[in-house]
Structure formats: C-alpha cells, structure tokens
Design a protein around this ligand. Structure first.
Ligand code: GDP
Ligand code: MG
Length: 328
C-alpha cells in the first residue's frame, strides 16, 4: 500500500534533515509524527519514526556533561531573542545592561568586575529581548564557553569606549573574535562558513558619548567602519539613545511580530507571535502547537493580504503587524 505522504510531511522531513542539534531533531521529528497520515500504508514509516525518536532521546541523556565554566556560559534563551554584549574591560557593558534591563550587573571603575555571563530582559514595545552581559574579554585567555555563547545567540552588540582610541579597541575585538573563529557581519546577510567558523549579526555601539571628547572619537570610528557595520553612539550612563538602540536591535534580529485571533474574536495586540522574517501562515500555526499545524486548513489575514480578511493558504508569507485567524 502506498504511503501517500503529504507535501507538509515532506517539508517536515526536510526540516528534520536540516536540524543540527539533538533537541532540534527531536522537535522536527515530533512534527513529522504528528502530521504523518495515519493509515496502513504508513505503518512501517511510523514505526521507524518511533524508534528514531527513542534513539534520539537516549542520545540526549547520554551526552557528556560539560565543565563548570562552560556551564556558566550556557544561558537559557528567554523572550523573543538572545543578544550578547561584548567589549573590552570598562567599555560600559554592565552600565548599559543595567540601564536597559531590570537585572543587576555590577558596575565599577576597576576592570573585570563581571565574572560570568548574566542574563536580563529588555522590554521593547510589546516584546522582551534577552540581553547577556559578559565578563570582559582578555586576549591571552578566552573562556571556552564564550565562543558558543556568541554563536548561539541571535545577535551581538560590540561596545567601544569612545573616549579611549576606538579604532584600536575595534582591532583588539576583531582579533579576539578571530581567535574564537567568529566572523561578525554588520550589513548584508550571514555567510555560510566552513572550517569551524561561525558568523553573527552585529551592531556597534560607541559608548560614553556624554563625555566631551567622545564625539571626536566617534567620528573617526564612523569614517572607518560605517559602510560595514551599523554604528550607534550611546551613553549607557545617561541613557542617551537607548530607545534608538532597542529599535536597532529589533531591526538587526530580522524578526517580525504577528497577532492571532479566534474566528469572530478580537486580536490581542499585547501578545505578539514572534517569527523569523519570511515566515508563513504554517509557521504561525506551528508556533502555537504542532497539532494546529497538522490540522490547519486555511487562514484569514488582515494586513499584508490584498484586502482585510483575505483567505490564504499555509504557505502564504506573513508580515510585521499582520493579524491572522487560523482555521482548522
Ligand atoms: N561617562 C560615562 N561613563 C560610563 C558610561 N558607561 C560606563 N561608564 C563608566 O565606565 C566604567 C566601567 O563601566 P562598566 O559598566 O562596569 O564597564 P564593563 O567593564 O564593560 O562592564 C564605570 O566607571 C562606569 O561608570 C557612559 O556612558 N558615560
Ligand atoms: Mg562588567
């Protein structure tokens, strides 16, 4: 008996093949198991999926435990995205972190106050973005967990102290990132890299612009780097440009917010669904529940549709601000 697999199933299977980590694979497999047509013709495949799932779960349990410092560098992602702050000692990372989140990170005039990464939530309009303050980097010693922390994040903020030779600081940071095999990308798309290299979307922050000579440093820095990176002058201490900063971070993340509503109901504009740019109606359903994704027949969309309430299929792309009514 033929299996007659649906295009949705094949898509889920493709996602499974692309999944890199075990948790990602488990998630993709769960979706395949939920949406595979349940009839005689798929019995064998369903059994295979089941045993594959069992193996993955076993593997997850067996994974080697990581060292204590690396564990300190593993920060559980919360909110819409995770953004890591990086900079030389005394550049103002902890000051900025304390200014824009409600978390506490010690600020002091002496370097190396921050000993391990600290997460905190930053509110931007109706979403929360997680910021991670890091210990300052030292050229002669790189914490093994730091490279992974940066790679696994959604974006990177590099902070420069504008009052102290910003171009030189930038060179040190670049050297440091090179040692960690991380290519920072400002404008343009992330390249696919080989040989253990990773890349990260990056915004440059010129800090301490409240100090009188800082804007001179900023101009020199800007001339050199503005074509390659988005750069923003800020004062972490005085809170200057912090709202602008939040908006720039949001832009950098390449995410959109859409809103769902029940048929006949109202949408709750305080509760966005956050998705990658380019996501579809199917992704909206999946973000709610995999069964929703499996059973989805069509959606009605307000915003980017040709007219309000237009009926669309699951592969219809959604845009920032769209309101979506899912029909199963
Ligand atoms: N004038 C000024 N001083 C700042 C600013 N941000 C941080 N500082 C000072 O720079 C020093 C180091 O700040 P901190 O946030 O601990 O830097 P970190 O080592 O990068 O975390 C402290 O004395 C802060 O008060 C700023 O925007 N303006
Ligand atoms: Mg600090």
């Amino acid at each position: 008996m033929p299996a007659n697999l649906t295009p949705q199933y094949l898509e889920a299977e493709a996602n499974f093949k692309q999944a890199k980590t075990i948790p990602e694979k488990i998630k993709a497999l769960e979706i395949m198991m939920a949406i595979i047509p349940k009839h005689k013709g798929t019995e064998k495949i369903r059994a295979q999926l089941k045993s594959r799932m069992a193996k993955l779960k076993e593997e997850l349990q067996r994974r080697p435990t990581i060292g204590r410092t690396e564990q300190a560098y593993t920060i559980k992602r919360e909110g819409a995205a995770q953004v890591v702050l990086l900079g030389l000692p005394n550049s103002g990372k902890s000051s900025l972190f304390s200014q824009v989140t409600h978390a506490f990170s010690e600020v002091a005039e002496y370097p190396f106050t921050t000993q391990k990464p600290i997460p905190g939530m930053m509110k931007f309009e109706n979403i929360q973005i997680q910021l991670v303050d890091t210990p300052p980097i030292q050229l002669d010693h790189i914490e093994p967990g730091l490279s992974n922390l940066i790679r696994n994040a959604d974006a990177l903020l590099l902070i420069i102290d504008l009052t102290k030779d910003p171009v030189f600081q930038m060179e040190i940071l670049q050297e440091e990132l090179k040692q960690m095999k991380i290519e920072v990308v400002g404008k343009g798309t992330l390249p696919s890299l080989e040989g253990g290299w990773g890349s990260q979307k990056t915004l440059f922050l010129g800090n301490k612009c409240d100090v009188s000579n800082a804007m001179e440093g900023y101009r020199i820095f800007e001339i050199r780097f503005k074509d390659i990176f988005p750069i923003l002058p800020i004062s972490a201490k005085e809170g200057m440009n912090c709202e602008e900063l939040k908006r720039e971070i949001y832009q950098l993340l390449n995410i959109i917010r859409v809103y769902t509503k029940a048929p006949g109901g109202e949408s709750d504009l305080t509760e966005p669904v956050v998705l990658k740019k380019g996501s579809t109606v199917g992704d909206v359903a999946l973000s709610i529940h995999k069964d929703f994704f499996a059973k989805l027949r069509y959606a009605k969309i307000w915003g980017s549709g040709k007219f309000g309430g237009q009926m669309v299929k699951r592969d219809h792309q959604v845009n920032e601000g769209d309101v979506i009514e899912l029909h199963i």
